[in-house]
Design a protein around this ligand. Structure first.
Ligand SMILES: Cc1cc2nc3c(=O)[nH]c(=O)nc-3n(C[C@H](O)[C@H](O)[C@H](O)COP(=O)(O)OP(=O)(O)OC[C@H]3O[C@@H](n4cnc5c(N)ncnc54)[C@H](O)[C@@H]3O)c2cc1C
Length: 490
């Protein structure tokens, strides 16, 4: 009976198939047999149970915003679950409560909800989550399956470190509540678990009082070691900034880009002329100090001044803004992968995201940032580089980091416009990974994409056996998120 009910929600029309065959990466197609538009979580439970009952089960992928770039939310020949349809049918429904133990607040949000909607819903109560991504049109299920990192992660940990409880439909079709204390194996497996163990339908997220404003600063360096020393100093001091990131400015990349239009035209030309004169790579450190309307404005300015006094940026190359908290968090505008102008149809995103251990950042700068990225005059798009602190990541979670206290996130966010350009960027990406392998730099991919089981085993390292064990326990028929190509290599 239930399977009859979901059959009306399973669509095989060409538009449904086409819209769920590609993702933001636009690097290829993985064609599903059908798309489920669920009206409730029971529809997802029914679908997963249906697959389990077959001798040859079909695969199932939850698709959040489809902002993966390598087909991770696809299900070739299987069923894609369009999580967005739950959002449309069931509306906002974010519940905010006070935690009786810690007296802090939390929000119960659904897996299909986008962080931008959570921001506005929590702000109505003067509260907000503590850990973000740069871009907020991503879903809770999508970022918790990876990590969810941004400039607040050094302080609060990634988004996966700020979850108190979840409801998950496992690969066997069982709805389970899990937390550190209840079904903890499932809880830790799902956090950074690349969608392998279950579909997240609810997450309980830590909230704090929301600040109202942000002092937002960018500082320019031409010396890599001064840049990283200052970043590491800022993430280690008490009462330091609330946000620290960094990026690269090459001769071929504009200081402003789709990720953020921070600089005025005159500041842009000042930076351009510096980059022409130095002929080298420039590094931009980005920091933010939050404050409230009722804060003493002189005091916040003084706090910022004393932070800046300790830093070694190029004199005269400090740029400041004072913006609302919301405008700061919403600095990266909507980048809908289904937009359909001619340009966007041919735009592809062969991104590479790596975590680099601190002990090798200097070698990484010489070999990768200077010799590969800077010399490759094709690179277009933002290049992020900022430090994270491993003590904010719980090692029991599936997410993988280098084995050092501090590591750096590199985000190489290429955009290719011509049909063969993405292959060129992929060659650059391969060259970077080969350089690290040959030089013994133990990087880990974030939002990983591998082609062989051997590479996955290496990626997970000591966590592989637990990861495999959890798969056997919660999704033994290998039904979920086949597009990650971990257990469903094609
Ligand atoms: C423009 C842009 C900016 C980005 N910025 C950042 C950033 O600042 N920080 C950062 O950390 N990442 C960033 N990302 C990467 C992003 O976090 C991941 O690609 C994330 O997976 C995208 O979320 P999504 O909702 O689109 O997930 P999808 O791409 O739809 O899915 C990703 C994976 O999660 C699984 N999944 C989806 N929903 C669920 C669910 N409810 N339960 C279980 N599994 C599920 C899918 O099956 C798939 O395996 C960015 C990506 C883009 C395109």
């Amino acid at each position: 009976m239930q399977s009859l009910e979901i059959s009306v929600r399973l669509h095989t029309d060409p538009d449904s198939i086409k819209n769920n065959s590609k993702d933001y990466g636009n690097l290829g197609q993985e064609i599903p047999s059908a798309v489920l538009y669920p009206s409730s979580i029971n529809d997802i439970i029914t679908l997963i149970k249906l697959a389990n009952n077959l001798s040859t089960p079909f695969t199932i992928a939850a698709r959040g915003s489809g902002h993966s770039v390598r087909g991770q939310a696809s299900a070739r020949g299987g069923v894609v679950v369009d999580m967005k349809s739950l959002r449309i049918i069931t509306g906002n429904g974010i519940k905010i409560s006070r935690n009786p133990d810690s007296l802090g607040f939390y929000a119960d949000v659904r897996g299909e909800q986008r962080w931008i909607d959570i921001l506005f819903a929590t702000l109505e109560h003067g509260l907000a989550p503590v850990s973000w991504t740069d871009y907020l049109h991503l879903t809770v299920g999508g970022t918790l399956s990876n990590g969810g990192i941004s400039g607040q992660s050094f302080l609060h940990g990634p988004q996966i470190s700020n979850v108190l409880e979840m409801d998950v439909i496992t690969g066997k079709g069982e709805l389970m509540t899990c937390s550190k204390h209840t079904n903890s194996e499932l809880f830790y497996a799902v956090l950074g678990g690349l969608g392998q163990f279950g579909v997240i339908t609810r997450a309980r997220i830590v909230l704090e009082k929301a600040p109202s404003r942000a002092k937002w600063v960018r500082l320019i360096y031409n010396d890599f070691s001064k840049f990283t020393q200052d970043q590491e100093h800022l993430i280690s001091i008490a009462n330091g900034p609330n946000y620290v990131e960094g990026s690269l400015i090459t001769n071929h990349t504009s200081p402003n880009n789709w990720r953020s239009s921070f600089y005025s035209p005159s500041h842009q030309s000042k930076i351009f002329s510096l980059s022409r004169h130095t002929q080298g790579l420039l590094y931009s450190l980005e920091l933010v100090k939050y404050y409230d309307h009722d804060h003493d404005l002189d005091a916040i300015d003084q706090e910022l001044e004393s932070l800046l006094k300790e830093l070694n940026y190029i004199p005269g190359f400090m740029f400041k803004k004072d913006v609302s908290f919301v405008n700061f968090l919403c600095r990266v505008g909507s980048r809908d992968s289904t937009q359909s102008t001619e340009e966007e149809k041919i735009e592809a995103h062969p991104w590479l995201n790596l975590f680099v251990p601190k002990s090798r950042v200097s070698d990484f700068n010489t070999g990768v940032l200077l010799n590969i990225i800077h010399r490759c005059n094709l690179i277009s798009g933002p290049i992020l580089f900022y430090p994270l602190s491993r003590k904010k990541w719980d090692d029991r979670m599936s997410a993988v980091t280098p084995d050092e206290d501090i590591f750096y996130a590199l985000g190489l966010l290429h955009t290719s416009y011509m049909s063969n350009e993405s292959e060129i960027f992929d060659k650059v990406n391969d060259e970077i990974i080969e350089f690290c392998e040959e030089g013994g730099i133990e990087v880990k991919q974030y939002l990983p994409h591998y082609k062989s089981r051997k590479d996955w085993i290496k990626h997970f390292g000591p966590k592989w056996s637990v990861f495999q064990e959890m798969k056997m326990k919660f999704d033994p028929k290998m039904i979920l998120s086949p597009g990650q190509r971990i257990f469903n290599l094609v």
